[in-house]
Design a protein around this ligand. Structure first.
Ligand SMILES: Cc1cc2nc3c(=O)[nH]c(=O)nc-3n(C[C@H](O)[C@H](O)[C@H](O)COP(=O)(O)OP(=O)(O)OC[C@H]3O[C@@H](n4cnc5c(N)ncnc54)[C@H](O)[C@@H]3O)c2cc1C
Length: 445
């Protein structure tokens, strides 16, 4: 196939058509419920390839999807009968340890960023599963174990290089296209395809500590209240976590990045949570910490999840969390979790980035993974019930935690003034909504 915009022989990467080697691998994403068939996949290996792919999609009037890590719960990267830009060949990371900077290509996974930066004891905020894409995570905000110390992933971006809907290459930084720089920090993939992120790195060392205290459901409430109160005083190195899984047991604790000896000073207070059925304190390296959820978060399961941001965690919210929208035994209920925000996330002035809800105290999420399509409806319904039970306490939602929430979800993810500003930016950069396979900011007509 040759179009005006793309001659496959001239690509640095490769055009992959249905039936060809690599086609099924490229269209297979994290959520196994996603089974869509692009008309073509462009495995981009250079900025020039991305430009050619965007221009081709427009010339042929094809829907355009952008794949980095493939973790979008809806599989937004994969357009049915459209053109899929597969950025994974652009997965490189270059670190300057003296300037403490990393230049990360648009298709890189978090694991590559962690690995390269950790060679020098450096890191920047990245998510909790190493096979998540830097692209989608950072453009939506980017929460991780370093965020309370150094801000979200997007707060650590010094500049972006982006291909626009017209196929132009632009830069965004505090001094170049500052409006776009604002929007790319939280506005998702709405404005173009980012081919490079320049990140600030921090000297975090290589060590971490994870503390987990397990309680039976019937003894969890007082422990949970105490844990919530300790969170309010916690040092920024600590990110408090709570989870409730299939075994019906509640695990309360924290993750610490930095000197474990400092972390251990928190343990006497944690022992005050009460009598546990199990206690686990371990000291992974930072890179091990960043991979410890890779298996539970693995590819190839059918998935459904929901989330909320919470500004407060009153006792009633804890009770709702423990019930997970059920009055029954707990069988078939989704996993539920909380992760603390605060610290450096809330230091950033609210109007500095498109990312909203910096006053969040906890992020709530519930989700489930399964293999049998016959379970689809029941699994989704249980996650929806669980999220509905926490909805009265919600103050918004993380755009990267949205699933099938549609336009209403986008309205919950951004404050009204930010949504208005994002709409103006979208109208300027992508008036025809070429980039609409995302949590979409619609251009003004
Ligand atoms: C197992 C798992 C763990 C997670 N853990 C965390 C976590 O700890 N912290 C957190 O904040 N989030 C987390 N998330 C949510 C995650 O941030 C979002 O799912 C995000 O969209 C994933 O990005 P991706 O590149 O992997 O996904 P993709 O499906 O490849 O991309 C999603 C969308 O992002 C856009 N996009 C991606 N790359 C680019 C690019 N280079 N330029 C322009 N647009 C682009 C496109 O619109 C695309 O449709 C997790 C998700 C999963 C499934």
């Amino acid at each position: 196939m040759t179009t005006t915009a793309m001659n496959p022989g001239r690509l640095d990467g490769r055009l992959v058509l249905p039936g060809e080697a690599g086609y099924d691998e490229a269209r297979t994403v994290w959520n196994a419920m996603v089974d869509r068939r692009p008309r073509m996949v462009v495995r981009c290996a250079s900025v020039g390839d991305v430009v050619a792919a965007v221009r081709t999609a427009r010339e042929l009037d094809l829907e355009l999807g952008v794949r980095c890590g493939g973790h979008s719960a809806l599989g937004l990267a994969v357009p049915d009968d459209g053109l899929m830009v597969d950025l994974r060949p652009m997965g490189g990371v270059r670190v300057d340890p003296v300037r403490r900077r990393a230049w990360v290509q648009g298709g890189a996974l978090l694991g590559a960023l962690d690995r390269e930066a950790q060679r020098y004891g450096l890191a920047t905020t990245a998510g909790n599963v190493s096979h998540t894409g830097v692209g989608g995570l950072t453009l939506g905000g980017g929460m991780g174990w370093l965020a309370r110390q150094y801000g979200l992933a997007c707060d650590n971006v010094a500049s972006f290089t982006m291909v626009t809907a017209d196929g132009d290459v632009v830069h965004a930084s505090p001094t170049e296209n500052p409006d776009l720089f604002w929007g790319l920090r939280g506005g998702g993939g709405n404005f173009g395809i980012v081919t490079e992120f320049e990140f600030r790195l921090h000297p975090v060392g290589t060590r971490a500590l994870v503390a987990e205290y397990t309680f039976p459901l019937d003894r969890a409430l007082p422990a949970f209240r105490h844990w919530r109160d300790l969170n309010a005083e916690a040092p920024r190195q600590a990110t408090f976590t709570a989870s409730l899984g299939g075994d019906g047991q509640v695990v309360l604790g924290f993750v610490w990045v930095g000197d474990p000896a400092e972390a251990r000073k928190l343990l006497p207070a944690m022992r005050g949570l009460g009598r546990t059925v199990a206690t686990r304190v371990h000291e992974p390296s930072y890179v091990e910490l960043q991979r410890q959820d890779d298996t539970t978060g693995r590819h190839a399961l059918r998935r459904y999840s929901k989330g909320h941001y919470l500004r407060r965690l009153p006792d009633e919210a804890i009770e709702a969390f423990l019930l997970r929208g059920s009055t029954g035994s707990g069988e078939g209920l989704p996993n539920a979790g909380l992760q603390a925000y605060g610290g450096a996330i809330s230091d950033v002035p609210d109007d500095e980035t498109a990312f909203s809800h910096r006053g969040t105290v906890f992020e709530f999420g519930c989700g489930t993974g399964w293999t049998d399509p016959a379970e689809d409806a029941a699994r989704k319904a249980s996650a929806r019930r669980c999220a509905a039970a926490l909805a009265p306490f919600a103050s918004g939602v993380y755009v990267n935690a949205l699933s099938d929430d549609g336009a209403e979800g986008v309205r919950r993810a951004y404050s009204p003034d930010k949504l208005a500003r994002l709409t103006t930016l979208k109208t300027a950069y992508d008036p025809h909504n070429v980039f609409h396979l995302n949590h979409n900011i619609r251009p003004a007509r």
